[in-house]
Write a protein that binds this ligand. Structure first.
Ligand SMILES: NC(=O)c1ccc[n+]([C@@H]2O[C@H](COP(=O)([O-])OP(=O)(O)OC[C@H]3O[C@@H](n4cnc5c(N)ncnc54)[C@H](O)[C@@H]3O)[C@@H](O)[C@H]2O)c1
Ligand SMILES: [Zn+2]
Length: 373
């Protein structure tokens, strides 16, 4: 059995927000818009104008909390109480994740409109759950991806570029996380399909991500073909990688380390893709990567201003204690570690974090010779 979850349609075009009503109309005529306050202040008016012109009435609710089971229930009650015909989610990964679960529980179609290119949450059939304090609390697989994804590249290009870097980090990790599970074996078609899709995303990022990241910060930046490819990699390809499943387990070390990092209060100002990037750096050390190969990979993260040290993640307290807590908190799915050809014991992870942090500090302080990627 294989499941491949994807939206019925994914549009990635500049200015699509102004035309959103014509795409959304077929899904219903009364919508609950759930959006982050910043996202709505930027995109809300244009969205609403287009919806009204297409004959869609709306109710708007802001969401600024954690994506918890309780918040999902609360927003589901709102959707049910209003008797809306569809949900439109506008914002970053948290809002999109919450809204997808709400739509499933209220049995409504959902449209996602990402306003930052920081994750693949607009595409994926998955909601990442947290506790009210922002600590990872598990994953909720969803029956399907959103019906429609509207990625307005003009809007995405105007967001602060830190979010783009986080999205690049959260996407380049995919190939590294999935490919280590092949471990010289043929692997199932589902796994090979995920690895091949992740490789395409990685190729796009290797070709364009650094240039796009450097250009996006400039004034009056207009999204070009390279920007569109990079956002396709972040939203579509990364989304698809995780959506191809045959029930087999695989180890996702960088994401496991991300989840563990969320349990350390100090990291809460850092983004999902930033924590994942440091998790990937640690995975590279665990894999046994070293020397010029490792420095080249890490220098790329550094060029994107992704964290390569614990202090860049916000961790400033007792380092040994924190490293032990991160390593102990890493939970791989049962049976997953056996797929790997390197050890993921608590001791090995502790050692790898310390080693990664030391090399990261060296590169960050410019002591290590810069390796051109
Ligand atoms: N479901 C999935 O497959 C999946 C994948 C990766 C991450 N996630 C989840 O997504 C969440 C992380 O998402 P995120 O990194 O997008 O962060 P986020 O949702 O917390 O958003 C970050 C910030 O971006 C701001 N923002 C939104 N649009 C903006 C704009 N246009 N301009 C300026 N600021 C804007 C918001 O106000 C918010 O404070 C986590 O909960 C993570 O677990 C889910
Ligand atoms: Zn991720």
């Amino acid at each position: 059995m294989v499941t491949i979850k994807a939206p019925a349609a994914y549009y990635n075009e500049p200015g699509i927000l102004e035309r959103s009503g014509q795409y959304i109309r077929s899904l219903g005529h009364y919508a609950l818009i759930i959006g982050g306050p910043t996202a709505l202040s930027i995109a809300g008016e244009r969205l609403n104008t287009s919806l009204l012109a297409a004959g869609i009435r709306t109710e708007i609710k802001t969401f600024a909390g954690q994506c918890t089971v309780e918040e999902i229930e609360a927003y589901t009650s709102i959707a049910r109480g209003l008797n809306v015909e569809l949900i439109i989610a506008v914002g970053g990964g948290k809002v999109l994740d919450l809204s997808k679960a709400v739509a499933e529980d209220a049995r409504l179609p959902i449209v996602t409109i990402p306003t930052i290119p920081a994750t693949c949450a607009a595409w994926s059939a998955l909601t990442v759950l947290y506790d009210p304090h922002g600590k990872a609390a598990g994953y909720r697989p969803l029956l399907r991806s959103p019906e429609l994804v509207l990625a307005d590249t003009a809007l995405l290009a105007q967001a602060p570029r830190r979010y783009l870097a986080a999205g690049i980090g959260d996407t380049l990790v995919k190939w590294h996380e999935f490919a280590v599970n092949l471990n010289g074996n043929a692997g199932s078609v589902a796994l090979r399909s995920s690895v091949a899709t992740a490789k395409l995303a990685l190729d796009i990022l290797e070709r364009h991500a650094t240039d796009v990241y450097n250009e996006v910060g400039q004034q009056a930046y207009q999204p070009d073909a390279a920007f569109i490819e990079v956002t396709d990699a972040i939203i579509w390809l990364a989304g698809l990688v995780g959506s191809i499943q045959d029930g087999s387990v695989h180890a996702a070390i960088a994401h496991g380390l991300h989840d563990s990092l969320t349990r350390i209060e100090d990291t809460h100002h850092s983004l999902h893709g930033e924590k994942v990037a440091f998790g990937l750096f640690t995975q590279w050390v665990l894999e046994g990567k070293q020397g010029a190969e490792l420095e080249k990979l890490v220098s790329w993260l550094h060029e994107l201003d992704l964290p390569i040290t614990l202090s860049q993640l916000g961790i400033t307290g007792d380092i040994n204690q924190n490293v032990a807590a991160i390593a102990e908190g890493l939970a791989l799915r049962e049976g997953a570690a056996e797929q790997l050809n390197f050890a993921v014991t608590i001791e090995a992870v502790q050692k790898a974090i310390v080693q990664a942090d030391a090399l990261g500090q060296k590169i960050h302080s410019g002591l290590s010779q810069k390796v051109i990627v």
